[in-house]
Design a protein around this ligand. Structure first.
Ligand code: NAD
Ligand code: UDP
Ligand code: UDP
Length: 317
């Protein structure tokens, strides 16, 4: 059956892949975005589809539409972007979530929240399981994002308990792939763009900190499986790739895969930068029968091809 699905943040990196996949599955998609970090370029290939609709709107203001399902992704996601306007960042997660929850409540429809591994902060438990409560600095520069996302989770679970609203919460770990913003400062896009331009690769700190990188198509499959799970499993559930890399090793891998002449240089580590991060995805495997399929090298190659194209087209300065 064709569903009408609302995706907030649909013009962003992950949102645009989600729009595409849900349209391909035969649904109608309404993409709501204020283009704070997203771009029309990310969705322009979908604009000819009669089942695709775009609304320019900031979800901090109420929204009245009629839909069957909601994916709530609106929120700047990279540290550079979310720290540019921290007050707006926390507003999107808190006020924006209240509005989308109010909308879901009126319509009595399922709503999925794109939460984040950042709710674990700088984790003292490794790898991170869903029952870990996290180690977050409430007044640091990352707090607008981390605490905003934590509050959004609280709101989702309160609407669930108080109003019986069907909710889904996924905690997304570092995700990469085509349509990442070239200037948002995230490690994969930074390193690839630097490598392709044969410029120095900027490793922050000594590069011994770790992250685990999930290819965007795998992630989107997991989100859809979570939305559609039939036993009303609310989550939170971790979605990410459990393969863990030191940042310095990622730099070397990207230099290698892009045949770059770049040298590695070291820059200061940003404040509150988590030292280690790797998802425990046992729960996702068990409940959703989901695990990532795309090996990191393959995903990185596809992402390198994407940025090569942007460079050729003069879309990266
Ligand atoms: P992104 O910045 O590319 O996408 C976010 C989108 O939300 C953009 O299109 C932006 O314009 C839009 N937006 C921001 N504020 C809005 C507002 N007030 N109203 C309407 N639209 C608004 O980031 P992304 O990487 O695609 O992330 C999508 C979601 O996934 C975010 O909620 C993010 O927190 C979460 N997430 C992403 C990652 C990752 O590694 N990419 C990891 C964890 C969680
Ligand atoms: N809301 C919305 N669209 C709707 C229904 C509600 O944007 O279709 C917003 C509304 O502005 C409200 C918020 O969602 O501020 C929370 O709604 P809820 O019904 O939970 O709370 P209330 O309206 O009782 O404050
Ligand atoms: N990082 C880096 N060089 C860069 C960008 C990021 O060494 O040019 C590091 C950063 O300090 C962090 C890791 O890479 O330890 C991941 O950073 P990103 O901003 O992509 O995501 P997050 O910190 O939110 O996981």
């Amino acid at each position: 059956m064709r569903k009408r699905i609302l995706i907030t943040g649909g013009a962003g990196f992950i949102g645009s892949h989600l729009c595409e996949k849900l349209l391909n599955e035969g649904n109608e998609v309404i993409c709501v975005d204020n283009f704070f970090t997203g771009t029309k370029d990310n969705i322009k290939h979908l604009l000819g589809n009669p089942y695709f609709e775009v609304i320019r709107h900031d979800i901090c203001f109420p929204l009245y539409v009629e839909v069957d399902e909601i994916y709530n992704l609106a929120c700047p996601a990279s540290p550079v972007h979310y720290q540019k306007d921290p007050v707006q960042t926390i507003k999107v997660s808190v006020i924006g979530s209240i509005n989308m929850l109010g909308l879901a409540k009126r319509l009595k429809v399922k709503i999925l929240q794109a939460s984040t591994s950042e709710v674990y902060g700088d984790p003292e438990v490794h790898p991170q399981k869903e029952e870990y409560w996290g180690n977050v600095n409430p007044i640091g520069p990352r707090a607008c994002y981390d605490e905003g996302k934590r509050c959004a989770e609280t709101l989702f679970f309160d609407y669930y308990r108080q109003h019986n609203l069907p909710i889904r919460v996924v905690r997304i770990f570092n995700t990469y792939g085509p349509r990442m913003h070239p200037n948002d400062g995230r490690v994969v896009s930074n390193f690839i763009v630097q490598a392709l331009k044969n410029e120095p690769i900027t490793v922050y700190g000594d590069g011994s900190q770790t992250r685990s990188f999930c290819y965007v198509n795998d992630l989107v499959d997991g989100m859809i499986k979570m939305m559609n799970n039939s036993d009303n499993f609310t989550g939170p559930v971790n979605l990410g790739n459990p393969e863990e890399y030191r940042i310095i090793d990622l730099a070397e891998k990207i230099i290698d895969l892009s045949n770059s002449k770049s040298k590695i240089i070291f820059k200061p580590l940003p404040q509150d930068d988590p030292k280690r991060r790797r998802p425990d995805i046992t729960l996702a495997k068990e409940k959703l029968n989901w695990e990532p399929k795309v090996p990191v090298e393959e995903g990185l190659k596809r992402t390198i091809e994407y940025f090569e194209r942007l460079l050729k087209e003069g879309k990266i300065r």
